[in-house]
Design a protein around this ligand. Structure first.
Ligand code: CFM
Length: 551
């Protein structure tokens, strides 16, 4: 416990010095490692212009540190493409990669009818063996694609590369081209080998590039609906997407496609006919929004349906974008209809949760979004951070020009996109853009996590297991939010732990009904007496006493 004086541990957060806590976290590391981590552990400071300090992010995890990050394959196959029900997603690799990325993320789907395909209950893999690793796996991959086609006759098949595929040099793209020709359906591959980037974030980018190149824009059918949007970066974890769809539908807003919760191949193909892209999770999907804007002229705005107030704000923002009186009235009517129940539960729960403290370390967007929900029930977020967010997710998109492109980011292709000669249709004139901005509707903008977190709070990127345990010891939070890798170690220390990736078995937490679910769940967790019993009686009051013989 060198360096940590007793007073820190026994005091409350108010009189804890964040500098001292940061020093304590770094103390155990070798000097060089400590220097590196110091750039990723930042004391937040928000000035009146909303400027925040720089944090280092999206860099390699230091070897030897236990990170909570996932791999590039996970980001591509598991996160972005996985929730699409009618593409046969084949993992080209050893069986473990496919098996452990199968249905663990709780992304739900609902095919419109019994005739519609849903391949989610299946796990497709080439199950690579030594023979393929040594002599090449393309032959087995072709067989797998053909077998899947013969069994299911899907609209599309996609191939995901795992680490060995890149190491042995299998060309998944040429296999995809060949099979596309042979079978007459869309077949496309992803070079998303696990090692390709520093985290799953690289996989998001690769997935965005692939889906944009191979699917978006294939179907020009104009759908009915006055206000047509895409919902980007919403993955229907625990049914979040269903709740958002319910609200949008009641407002009279048509969702052309969601990327990619509850999505289908045809919806992606038609998504370029929407008039607005709304982004929930900026980290995983901003590339698609940018490319759609360049190619088809569709503007994008950031929205957030986590939190009742945030949901109301997002609906108003969408209505504001369309500048339509009727839509604005309908949005207000929906908000007025939904809020009374939310408010009633919030008031009840707030009484019991007020002043309690949460720590949030999740992915690349939820560590930010969920602060709203905690604040609504009077809880304070005391430290927060992403596993794999980039600087823009922390500090806001204004820092984009100053982000250095390092060797690790260069391994991921930046597509060169130009306006589509026939289909580019800028939805907004310059005058309209200005009028929207004057009303506070900023296009292509994301503020990031740090401006919304109080000054003086620690922001930690790619938190390690050691740092997690240390922080828990120091802060003794009332709840810790992260994922399955952290869950049991935290619970063993007597702190309730809520998974904000899979939601444990709960959800939805988005939208208005989701907010009610979340308030109740957190209330149950932070006010449960069970955590007081984690220490066995003999750990608290030893029953055996003894004396040395000579005493
Ligand atoms: Fe976006 Fe996600 Fe997240 Fe993410 Fe994820 Fe997830 Fe997440 Mo887990 S796409 S960045 S790669 S909001 S799987 S649904 S919960 S880490 S904060």
């Amino acid at each position: 416990m060198a360096g940590l004086n007793k007073d820190i541990r026994n005091s409350t957060t108010e009189d804890m010095n964040p500098e001292e806590i940061k020093r304590e976290l770094l103390l155990r590391y070798p000097t060089k490692v400590g220097r590196k981590r110091a750039k990723q552990i930042v004391i937040n400071k928000v000035d009146d212009k909303g400027e925040v300090p720089e944090i280092q992010a999206n860099v390699r995890t230091i070897p030897g540190i236990i990170t909570q990050r996932g791999c590039t394959y996970a980001g591509c196959k598991g996160v972005v493409l996985g929730p699409t029900r009618d593409i046969v997603n084949i993992t080209h690799g050893p069986i473990g990669c496919g098996f452990y990325s199968w249905l663990t993320r709780r992304n739900q789907t609902k095919p419109p009818g019994p005739e519609d395909d849903n391949f989610m209950p299946y796990c497709f893999s080439t199950d690579m063996q030594d023979e393929q690793i040594i002599f090449g796996g393309e032959k087995k991959l072709k067989q797998a694609v053909e077998e899947a086609y013969n069994l299911f006759h899907p609209k599309a098949i996609s191939i995901f590369s795992t680490c060995p595929v890149g190491l042995i040099g299998d060309d998944v793209h040429s296999v995809a081209r060949e099979m596309k020709e042979k079978l007459g359906i869309n077949v496309f591959g992803f070079s998303c080998e696990g090692y390709k980037g520093v985290s799953q974030s690289a996989g998001h980018h690769i997935a965005n590039n692939g889906i944009f190149t191979h699917v978006v824009g294939l179907d020009d059918t104009v759908q009915e609906g006055k206000f047509k949007i895409n919902l980007l970066g919403e993955y229907n974890i625990g049914g979040d997407g269903f709740e958002i769809d319910r609200i949008l539908k009641d407002c009279g807003i048509t969702v052309i496609s969601t990327f990619s919760g509850n999505s289908s191949y045809d919806l992606f193909a038609n998504s370029h006919t929407a008039d607005l892209n709304t982004i929930m999770c900026h980290r995983s999907i901003n590339y698609v929004a940018e490319m759609m804007e360049k190619k088809f002229g569709i503007p994008w705005i950031k929205i957030n349906f986590i939190g009742a107030q945030a949901s109301a704000k997002s609906l108003r923002k969408i209505a504001g974008y369309f500048e339509d009186r009727e839509l604005m009235d309908q949005v207000e009517a929906v908000i007025a209809r939904e809020l009374p129940l939310v408010e009633a539960v919030r008031a009840e729960v707030r009484e019991r949760c007020q002043g309690k403290r949460a720590m949030l370390f999740v992915g690349g967007s939820r560590a930010h979004h969920y602060q709203e929900l905690f604040n609504e029930i009077g809880m304070e977020v005391i430290t927060s951070g992403y596993e794999f967010g980039h600087r823009d997710d922390y500090e806001g998109r204004r820092v984009l020009p100053s982000i250095k492109v390092d060797a690790d980011s260069r391994t991921i292709e930046e597509l060169h996109i130009e306006a589509d000669p026939a289909r580019y249709n800028p939805r907004l004139s310059m005058a309209k853009v200005e009028s929207l901005e004057s009303k506070g509707i900023k296009l292509k903008d994301y503020e990031g996590l740090m401006p919304d977190l109080e000054s003086g709070k620690l922001v930690i990127d790619d938190i390690s297991q050691f740092e997690t345990e240390k922080l828990i010891e120091i802060y003794k939070p009332d709840i810790f939010c992260a994922g399955i890798k952290e869950k049991y170690a935290i619970q063993k220390s007597g702190i309730p732990m809520k998974q904000l990736h899979s939601y444990d078995s709960g959800g939805p937490y988005a939208g208005f009904r989701g907010a009610v679910n979340f308030y109740r769940e957190i209330d149950r967790m932070v006010n449960s007496k069970i955590w007081g019993y984690v220490k066995a009686p003999w750990q608290k009051n030893p029953e055996l006493a003894a004396k040395y013989a000579w005493e």
